[in-house]
Write a new protein. Structure first.
Length: 221
């Protein structure tokens, strides 16, 4: 190993983990208030320099990879206007109810979008969709022990004509690797589930695990 190299640089013994960092925010303004999320402009001190950045101030969201006893994943096809695509996705929704536990939101979305409930829940993945331009973070749950449920929710707008399909997990991974499916939530959920299954699901976390990166809209105001 060259003298200038270290174990961290070489990756031989380093623990790879993101580090929280909170520079002093000297100014913050909501420059656009939207129907669901806002755009905020912050000025903060970074290494002695004032830097200004604009970003989407997001509520956060949850997704549910529901998998049955035959390793089939529940997918829905829904129209997404910004990209003009009917995308195959897993059930998901915004955390737009103040202080709602994400697991409660995930159970609601699975019922409303797929008419399903589950007896076994675990955290599959946490990720931030666009850290360079949005506070959005998504928690993905794995739901098993599935059964039909009833509810009073009436699907409307883009949800009114959703198509539902059960797809083997391996086939979904093939679709992701062939770039036929490009919804980020579906891609991450499928690949993470495939890897987790290969490890006997040992990477799953309890459904009530803390989520320190969950965004809180307006938190920097």
């Amino acid at each position: 190993m060259p003298e200038s190299a270290s174990p961290v640089e070489n990756g031989s013994s380093a623990l790879i983990a993101d580090d929280p960092f909170h520079p002093e925010v000297t100014a913050t303004d909501r420059v656009f208030g939207g129907m669901v999320w806002d755009v905020r402009r912050d000025t903060f001190d970074f290494n002695g320099h004032a830097i200004t950045r604009e970003y989407v101030d997001h509520t956060g969201a949850v997704g549910v990879l529901a998998i049955d006893d035959d390793d089939r994943v529940l997918l829905i096809r829904q129209y997404r206007h910004p990209v003009r695509q009917r995308e195959w996705e897993i059930p998901a929704g915004l955390l737009d109810i103040a202080d709602e536990h994400p697991l409660v939101g995930a159970k609601r979305e699975l019922a409303e979008e797929a008419d399903l409930g589950a007896t076994k829940w675990a955290v599959l993945s946490d990720y931030q969709t666009t850290p360079g331009g949005s506070t959005e973070a998504i928690r993905v749950y794995l739901a098993r022990g599935l059964s039909a449920v009833s509810h009073d929710f009436e699907r409307e707008a883009e949800e009114a004509d959703m198509e539902v399909r059960w797809v083997p997990l391996d086939d979904l991974v093939d679709a992701v690797l062939a770039r036929r499916v490009q919804n980020s939530l579906t891609v991450i959920a499928a690949l993470t589930a495939h890897a987790a299954r290969s490890r006997g699901w040992e990477t799953l976390a309890p459904a009530d695990s803390p989520w320190p990166r969950r965004p809180r809209k307006g938190a920097s105001a």
